[in-house]
Design a protein around this ligand. Sequence first.
Ligand SMILES: [Zn+2]
Length: 282
Amino acid sequence: MLDYLVQHESEVLFCALIGAFCVIAIAEMLVPRRTPTGALGFRWVNNIGLALTTTLFNRTLYLLFGLSATSWLYSQDVGLVPWLGAPWAVSFLLLLVVLAFGDYITHRLMHAVPLLWRLHAVHHSDTDFDLTTTYRNHPFAALVLLAMRLPFIALLGAPASMLLLYEAGRMAQDLWSHSNTRLPAWFDRYLRWFVVTPDFHRVHHCSERRYTDSNFSSTVPWFDYLFGTHRARPVEQHASMEIGLENFREARHSRLDGLLLLPFRSFAPARALPLAGSESGA
Ligand SMILES: [Zn+2]
């Protein structure tokens, strides 16, 4: 069964993506956290247009190289997973922790290194926050994410089926954590100990820099707690807080051509970020 799924990994991931997209889009209609500030159709067309561009550019590369590399490494008994020989569930937890740590470090670097921030700012320039924000990534930014993730995948040497399961879950989790949905406050308070919730990640997209430079986790939130980069805002502020970046709020910045050119625009004032905890404005 798992071998069959690995052989058809593109179809598996596509089905997981479409299924998660439909479920979360319905949830956004039923239980929205915020009222959109701009034209929804305009954002969706351009965010999804950028997603298609980015996917064509390098998502396929990641799946091909990531899954192929991990299959080869596992067949060579190279990496933490074959070396430990632990039960499947323990190995999967190890994979989750190692890749979550890699993503956390990469995300902090994307905020801290000015050149990387230019690429990542495309994602943060969305002035609203919903499931299509997930796909608002510059092709070069996605390429950096791929390059930064490959060493962690190589370190693990996990079976391709395990990585495929992680990727399918991560795609759904990315959509949900960016969704304009609300959970009961008491439930979110418990859930965010185990997984990044929409309220947890929405704070990261807030225009105020002390919030933008917080909550870097994308799957499990543990490294934000461990390294002191977690921030929360009272639930009643989520409906009114400003989303996006101050310098890129015009419609032309959110058109597909504007999104592709955004990293090459003037970034004034320069955004040489400390790793975390800054209280200065954006
Ligand atoms: Zn970010």
